[in-house]
Design a protein around this ligand. Structure first.
Ligand SMILES: Nc1ncnc2c1ncn2[C@@H]1O[C@H](COP(=O)(O)OP(=O)(O)O)[C@@H](O)[C@H]1O
Ligand SMILES: [Mg+2]
Length: 199
């Protein structure tokens, strides 16, 4: 049997732990909130996150299988692979476009589309981290989703123009509303430029 490296990471919102091949994602308490309210909010948010991970999977997007949701913890499948940020190329970017297209077709907005929240495992690209995801069919929400991804391409990947082109190719394949959203992405970009110029 191969030995997997055990790991534990913690961000602002959650800790991630690998326990016997199972990933345990726990939403951490916020000290500034009244305890009862904080518990309630974390439980609700955890349930929604698990629901969205499962819904995305039904829509044809590889995501971890959910094993259980207990209080503020999600127990899910461990995806053995490499974060997409380390291996991204044009072909994989097109695949990402297809997946985001499936997601948006299903009415889901991911909310944090970065190449750290994608794992290449074998031939498959998995989307993870639905901690900021929500159901929304608006062009604006979808546009911001894609905009965040393009910003990641620009700041962390060489040849971002090629990556964007490949993404668009995939996104158009699986999502009928792609061109409206891509138009909105351009508008969002120019709003950003406008703000920067005025600073
Ligand atoms: N199901 C999983 N399988 C493998 N690795 C995971 C899984 N879930 C999370 N990770 C790893 O833990 C990191 C943080 O998890 P994530 O869900 O993105 O939480 P955060 O909100 O802290 O970003 C991910 O970038 C990934 O490397
Ligand atoms: Mg993450």
């Amino acid at each position: 049997m191969e030995m997997k490296e055990t790991f534990k990471t913690s961000g602002a919102e959650a800790t991630i732990e690998l326990r016997d091949d199972v990933i345990v994602k726990s939403r951490v308490p916020k000290q500034y909130r009244v305890r009862e309210i904080d518990e309630h909010l974390r439980r609700e948010r955890t349930k929604i996150e698990a629901k969205l991970i499962a819904e995305a999977r039904k829509a044809g997007v590889p995501t971890p299988i959910i094993y259980d949701v207990v209080n503020c913890e999600i127990l899910m499948e461990y995806i053995d692979g490499v974060q997409l940020k380390h291996v991204l190329d044009a072909k994989l970017s097109e695949r990402v476009g297809e997946l985001v297209g499936h997601l948006h077709t299903a009415g889901i907005v991911h909310g944090d589309l970065t190449t750290s929240n994608m794992i290449l495992s074998g031939e498959r690209v998995y989307l993870i981290d639905f901690g900021l995801a929500y159901f929304d069919q608006s062009t604006e929400a979808r546009g911001v989703d894609v905009h965040v991804l393009f910003q990641t391409f620009e700041s962390t990947h060489e040849g971002h123009e090629t990556l964007i082109k490949s993404f668009v190719k995939g996104y158009r394949k699986t999502f009928g509303g792609a061109d409206d959203v891509l138009q909105r992405v351009k508008e969002i970009e120019s709003r950003g430029r406008y703000r920067t110029e005025r600073l």
